[in-house]
Design a protein around this ligand. Structure first.
Ligand SMILES: [Zn+2]
Length: 240
């Protein structure tokens, strides 16, 4: 997932926050991989902006699978209703949640732009009620990218039903994408996919409540969180 100027800015902002808060001794640690806790402790405080509300761990959203997953992955639980319902608003929401490695543009860009345009879509931005699903999946993708140490490409998140069932797209009927419960990731190598898969299996065993759905290929994985179709696993040609 390529870093855009926006996510680089978010990273710089986080660094400035660290330096301000703790002094230059932390400089030697900046090149080390960020821990989950670092996301929580270094991101700027969105609650200082009007209309942005950080939700307590006792809020109803924190009890839903996507909200709980955001907290599990070290993110901030925010009310998406405080952001404009645009790709830019979604980008701001992701950044405030603690997402740095995935952009809103990557998450909302159609994999088949020609088909999307014919159906009247420029981008795939789901209703704000579903943004927490995207944030949880983006935080998960971020953790995977840190672990495989190679670029990971996010190919699909939400696919509207009419696009999903188009023959040129070939989305599974009753799959996880029409409700924005899953992403597809492409890896640079089979070894990276295997490393990601080992980590996902470990995550699945210690957090069954995530109800992970795993579609495994040679250099790709479909990953769903809290899908209405439940916890499950399937394999594509080339997987071993
Ligand atoms: Zn998929």
């Amino acid at each position: 997932m390529c870093r855009t100027p926006v996510s680089l800015f978010a990273r710089l902002r986080a660094v400035v926050t660290i330096l301000t808060a703790t002094g230059p001794l932390w400089v030697t640690g900046l090149s080390a991989p960020r821990s989950v806790n670092a996301i929580t402790s270094t991101a700027p405080p969105p609650a200082e902006r009007p209309g942005i509300q950080e939700l307590p761990r006792t809020s109803p959203l924190a009890l839903e699978t996507s909200g709980r997953a955001i907290l599990e992955f070290g993110g901030r639980l925010l009310d998406p209703g405080g952001y404009p319902a645009t790709v830019t608003g979604f980008e701001r929401y992701l950044e405030d949640t603690g997402v740095e490695a995935v952009t809103a543009d990557e998450m909302t860009r159609p994999n088949h732009p020609g088909i999307a345009a014919k159906l009247g879509y420029q981008e795939f931005l789901p209703p704000r009620e579903w943004w927490t699903r995207g944030a949880a999946l983006a935080l998960l993708a971020q953790q995977i990218e840190e672990r495989v140490s190679e670029p990971v490409r996010l190919r699909n998140w939400w696919r509207p039903a009419d696009y999903n069932r188009h023959p040129g797209v070939g989305g599974a009927k009753g799959g996880d994408h029409p409700t924005a419960h899953a992403i597809d990731l492409d890896y640079s190598s089979v070894e990276s996919r295997k490393r990601a898969e080992r980590w996902l299996r470990d995550l699945d065993s210690r957090a069954r409540w995530l109800e992970l759905s795993l579609g495994l290929g040679a250099k790709s994985t479909h990953i769903g969180i809290g899908s209405p179709h439940g916890r499950r696993e399937w394999h594509y040609a080339g997987w071993s």
